[in-house]
Design a binder for this molecule. Structure first.
Ligand SMILES: O=C(O)CCC(=O)C(=O)O
Ligand SMILES: [Fe+2]
Length: 318
């Protein structure tokens, strides 16, 4: 069900989603607090709900991360992995590599992942958008496209204040057309709020009609004449998007196992918490990474005295 246009449901929003956002960008620039490039990036992000940086991450760093990913099977039990091949729930990783599957929260056990998702350029931009350092709260490493249908991340990545969220999609290799490339509707972050049966922006897979949500969201974007764009990323490119930008994996035309190595990280500011904090008090530890940002995880018992890799133990079973 759609909320009335303009009804913000009394939710907190990022300043970039407020009516005075453009004015604030101008003020920050005049005060010398942001560069001209940052001014233009913020203005684009505010107006369009997304932003692309070409070749923003150093290739050596990307290669280090890709190599860690390709060797994750040397550390069985240390990673949470999908089981799409067998159509089974996520499970701890095993000893056999399979480039069909996705991996969660690699920032916990791989420094290379932390260096990518907390790249100083990324953290600087997110700190401007959030007015705090970023907290990475969920990361998904795709070895191929998972064929996600049309959605807004507020429906699946639950933060206590749903609109206080942004994400990055980082290409770890050049994306081949037809491999299920990331696609999105330009300016769709300004649609009215879509409310599920319980009145929230969180979809409950048992109670809500996912097909209806997808159909209504897609129809709304088309009705508004929003441009549908595909992101043909090259290695090292970064795509940012706001909480409510409508996106999907473009339908794949190449074989199902076509590689599309890419890393999605969701972040929120420090003045909110992931929704799971309510229900899992043993998964609320916040870890700092250098002085760039923080990370949390529903899938690991984080420990400030961590030595070596942690065993995966997700609170989301089955
Ligand atoms: O990478 C894709 O094709 C979509 C990923 C996505 O929607 C997400 O991780 O939020
Ligand atoms: Fe998404």
């Amino acid at each position: 069900m759609w909320a009335e246009p303009g009804n913000g449901l009394n939710m907190k929003t990022l300043w970039t989603d407020t009516p005075y956002a453009a004015q604030r960008v101008a003020g920050l620039f005049e005060a010398g607090e942001i560069t001209a490039a940052e001014r233009d990036d913020l203005a684009h992000f505010i107006e369009h709900g997304w932003l692309v940086w070409r070749a923003a991450i150093e290739p050596e760093l990307i290669d280090r991360f890709a190599s860690d990913i390709h060797n994750h099977h040397k550390y069985p039990g240390k990673f949470l992995i999908t089981d799409h091949r067998r159509g089974l729930p996520n499970r701890p990783s095993g000893t056999t590599p399979d480039r069909y599957e996705s991996l969660f929260d690699l920032y916990v056990n791989f420094e290379s992942s932390r260096k990518v998702c907390f790249h100083p350029r990324i953290c600087r931009f997110l700190s401007l958008v959030f007015d705090t350092k970023p907290v990475a709260c969920q990361q998904l490493l795709f070895q191929r496209s998972n064929g996600h249908r049309v959605h807004q991340d507020t429906s699946v990545v639950a933060v206590e204040d749903p609109m206080l969220m942004a994400a990055t999609w980082i290409a770890l290799e050049d994306v081949v057309e037809g491999s299920g490339e990331l696609a999105f509707y330009d300016k769709s972050h300004r649609l009215p709020h879509y409310l599920f049966n319980d009145g929230s922006k969180r979809m409950n897979f048992a109670a809500d009609d996912q097909d209806l949500y997808i159909a209504e969201l897609d129809a709304a974007c088309r009705r508004e004449g929003m441009a549908y764009e595909r992101f043909l990323a090259r290695k090292g490119d970064v795509f940012f998007w706001t909480a409510d930008l409508v996106h999907r994996s473009h339908p794949r035309t190449l074989p199902e196992d076509t590689s599309r190595l890419s890393c999605v990280t969701h972040y929120h500011p420090t003045n909110t918490t992931p929704f799971w904090f309510r229900h899992h008090p043993n998964r609320t530890r916040v870890m700092a990474f250098d002085d760039q940002g923080f990370y949390v995880s529903a899938h690991y018992p984080l420990d400030r005295k961590q030595r070596g890799m942690l065993d995966v133990d997700s609170v989301f079973k089955g």
